[in-house]
Design a protein around this ligand. Structure first.
Ligand SMILES: *Cc1c(COP(=O)(O)O)cnc(C)c1O
Length: 242
């Protein structure tokens, strides 16, 4: 419920601005703007902010912590909202993922797929997944090593509750746009190679607030945007244990 003091008009302005920048990046790259969707990333923002974004017609939100999905989906019970997990997933969160989440973009290992499959069977659900690939040399980044992608995709054919739709990556955090762009190009090339091996991978989730024009130039079909839509995250304010 929005209070009188809560003015979320900035959300509509930010959303329109991001959409316009996406369209411009598509035109610059000679791509149809209809090919690139925007996943709003609502992590650290409370359910009242998600509700205000829903009033703009958004219904699918990226989160990096399952605990946040749980608290927000409780607060928004009865609303038709879809949660997309984009952060590193521990296997002990699989039960809540199977119950509450419509898509996981951070699938990065077989063990996680096995646990998700089992939990989804119990819930009698299936979800879309993207495989997260590590395209950056940074140690801190999660994601599957590129040389293990073929084996994981082959193995995932056996998991009927996980519909593999594409790949996801985070680029290196750098002011060097060539280095950033190289990460995105690497993901597209990996996707193309796996498609040639017979895997159907139409989706490439790459690009965030600071680097999405480069990702669009390299073929992103979906960008994940937090700050540019919701503003700067005040991590302490809404932090919940995960
Ligand atoms: C937080 C996050 C984003 C969005 O980041 P912004 O820079 O705020 O747009 C995108 N992808 C992942 C995996 C994230 O964790």
């Amino acid at each position: 419920m929005s209070e009188a003091s809560n003015d979320f008009s900035y959300l509509a302005a930010n959303w329109a601005d991001v959409r316009a920048r996406v369209d411009a990046a598509c035109h610059a790259a000679g791509r149809d703007p209809g090919e690139v969707s925007i996943l709003p990333v609502s992590k650290t923002f409370g359910p009242e902010v998600v509700r205000a974004a829903m009033a703009l017609g958004l219904h699918r939100f990226g989160e990096n912590k399952v605990q946040e999905v749980r608290s927000k989906s409780e607060a928004l019970a009865g609303e038709s909202v879809e949660w997309v997990v984009i952060g590193h997933l521990q296997t002990n969160k699989a039960k809540d993922v199977a119950r509450l989440v419509s898509e996981v973009q951070s699938l990065d290992r077989l063990e996680l797929a096995e646990v998700l499959q089992r939990r989804l069977e119990i819930e009698d659900r299936a979800i879309d997944v993207l495989v997260e690939v590590k395209t950056s040399p940074e140690e801190s980044k999660h994601g599957l090593a590129p040389d293990q992608l073929s084996a994981l995709l082959d193995a995932l054919r056996g998991f009927d509750r996980l519909r593999v739709r594409g790949l996801m990556t985070l680029a290196v955090q750098s002011d060097d746009s060539d280095a950033v762009r190289t990460c995105f190009r690497r993901l597209r090339q990996l996707r193309d190679a796996e498609q040639a091996r017979g895997h159907d991978l139409p989706r490439l989730s790459m690009g965030m607030s600071g680097d999405f024009p480069l990702a669009i130039a390299e073929g992103a079909t979906e960008i994940r945007v937090g700050t540019a839509v919701f503003g700067v995250r005040q991590v302490a304010k809404h932090t919940v244990p995960n």
